[in-house]
Design a protein around this ligand. Structure first.
Ligand code: HEC
Ligand code: HEC
Ligand code: HEC
Ligand code: HEC
Length: 387
């Protein structure tokens, strides 16, 4: 039985959508049965999620993605899967429940007109576990797209969960964590590792033992030729879509876009020469060059963090059309600055951890620590009295 604990969606760009659909098709070919839905998968609302997953042949579950008005789940909360032991002799039924990290401010268009919300997980999970238990399953697995501490809390508060298979960024558990009655396992992200759990049961259905291995999907495991071909074709389609996108954006459109709220480093430099000089010496100032040197770095999905305001009104459109927004400029941290540059005043551009978090993600900047990193980007010469 193959399970995915969620956040399978790539970036919401046209190329990203092609890759996500290919991933789902690949999972279906390999034989995945149940897939949990993470916040990443619904962050553009129900319609996009439904389009992306429609023909995948997979079952998607979630106990706490709900209709905001009725608080009713919009997907099946659980799924019962029949499993046969490798020797074909033993048949067991596994109840699989899905849950995503609580997000009280999440609100996106839902299927009915009322928005989607993400409910606090405790009650929805308790209810779904009770339902699968009542259906007489032999084993209950919770797929949890949330941090380990949150998952551990659910394990402690809710009886009857045998395994929690979690996902949270790149987090993986070398040794499964054994709580009271629940085993907690994280297998990392981006398909780097395959987690395999073997469960041993006595005749009366008691779990007597289990084994868990994380297999790093390196060269030790050769590619299946037909899957390799499938993946290469999908990536080629995604890259072609990326090229179409670039040529579609006419010069005129990009000029119109560039007239927006972003202004560019040179304008800031005219009044903040010292900050500019300092910034020019940081890695941010040549982030686009770093990307250009990288053989993988062609696509828009890479550029989003290596330039200024890609995809936003008046932000980066191309190196030729908007050179002032190449690399990670002033306005990535301080925000759009046109009005400040026209009428300078205090209060603009306050920097917090949120200013970095969109780019310094767990995947792309695993070492990121706000205060350590902040020390390296703060300009040395504060404006007199500005703090
Ligand atoms: C026309 C001159 C001018 C331009 C152009 C300008 N600034 Fe300023 N900026 C100022 C002045 C003057 C202050 C200080 C205001 C004060 O201390 O009263 C300031 C303050 C700031 C502050 C500190 C705000 C605070 O509350 O302490 C930041 C950050 C800042 N500017 C960033 C930028 C960025 C980024 C740009 C380009 C998008 C930019 N500035 C463009 C004149 C300018
Ligand atoms: C628009 C995306 C973006 C934002 C916002 C951003 N960064 Fe970065 N940062 C990058 C990229 C990309 C690099 C790598 C640049 C390179 O190596 O060419 C980087 C590199 C760095 C480095 C250098 C790391 C090293 O080892 O040399 C530091 C330090 C850093 N960022 C700190 C911060 C801090 C602190 C913030 C928030 C105040 C921040 N960054 C906001 C994209 C961003
Ligand atoms: C979510 C934002 C984000 C995206 C998307 C992103 N990067 Fe980065 N990248 C960063 C940040 C932040 C750093 C700096 C990391 C650090 O020093 O902590 C960085 C650093 C780098 C570096 C220099 C350091 C290194 O690891 O060698 C390269 C090269 C790079 N990125 C290539 C890429 C490529 C290729 C892609 C697309 C596949 C990509 N990036 C997509 C944020 C991003
Ligand atoms: C990686 C994020 C980042 C980038 C990019 C960045 N700054 Fe800053 N800037 C900061 C931080 C952090 C502070 C410190 C103020 C604070 O703690 O809020 C700051 C402060 C300032 C201030 C207030 C005075 C001071 O020195 O503390 C000015 C002015 C300023 N920046 C201008 C610029 C200009 C101009 C650029 C582009 C050339 C730029 N910044 C690029 C992070 C950034």
């Amino acid at each position: 039985m193959l399970l995915d604990s969620g956040n399978f969606s790539d970036n919401p760009s046209p190329q990203g959508e092609i890759r996500t659909r290919a991933l789902l098709e690949g999972m279906q070919r390999i034989g995945y049965s149940v897939v949990n839905v993470g916040e990443r998968d619904i962050r553009l609302g129900w319609e996009k999620f439904a389009t992306r997953t429609r023909d995948s042949g997979l079952t998607f579950i979630s106990s706490n993605i709900v209709d905001k008005q009725t608080q009713k789940p919009v997907l099946p909360t659980h799924q019962v899967v029949d499993v046969t032991s490798p020797d074909g002799l033993l048949k067991k039924r596994v109840g699989v429940v899905g849950v995503v990290r609580f997000n009280p401010i999440f609100s996106k268009p839902g299927p009915t007109g009322a928005p989607l919300a993400i409910a606090h997980p405790a009650e929805p999970v308790r209810q779904a576990v009770a339902e699968v238990r009542a259906a007489g399953v032999d084993l209950v697995v919770l797929l949890a797209a949330m941090h380990r501490a949150d998952a551990a809390r659910l394990a402690n508060d809710i009886p009857g969960i045998d395994f929690i298979l979690g996902s949270y960024g790149g987090l993986y558990t070398q040794q499964p964590e054994e709580l009271d009655d629940t085993v907690l396992i994280y297998a990392g992200n981006q398909g780097k590792r395959l987690g395999v759990a073997r469960v041993f049961m006595a005749d009366d259905g008691r779990i007597t033992d289990y084994q868990n291995r994380l297999h790093l999907m390196g060269n030790r495991y050769p590619d299946a030729p037909e899957m390799l071909q499938f993946v290469e074709e999908a990536l080629a389609r995604a890259n072609a879509a990326g090229r179409d996108l670039k040529t579609e954006m006419s010069l005129q459109e990009s000029v119109a876009l560039a007239a927006g709220r972003y202004t560019g480093n040179q304008v800031c430099a005219s009044c903040h020469a010292e900050a500019y000089t300092h910034w020019a010496g940081t890695a941010h100032a040549h982030a686009l060059e770093t990307l250009e040197k990288d053989p993988q770095g062609g696509g828009a999905e890479c550029r989003s963090c290596h330039v200024t305001a890609l995809g936003e009104r008046g932000g980066f459109t191309g190196k030729q059309t908007s050179p002032q927004f190449a690399s990670v400029g002033c306005e990535t941290c301080h925000g759009p600055g046109t009005s400040h540059a026209t009428t300078p005043a205090r209060g603009y551009g306050r920097v917090t951890v949120a200013s970095c978090a969109g780019c310094h993600t767990r995947e792309h900047s695993p070492e990121f620590d706000y205060y350590t990193y902040l020390g390296k980007v703060k300009h040395q010469e504060p404006i007199q009295g500005s703090r």
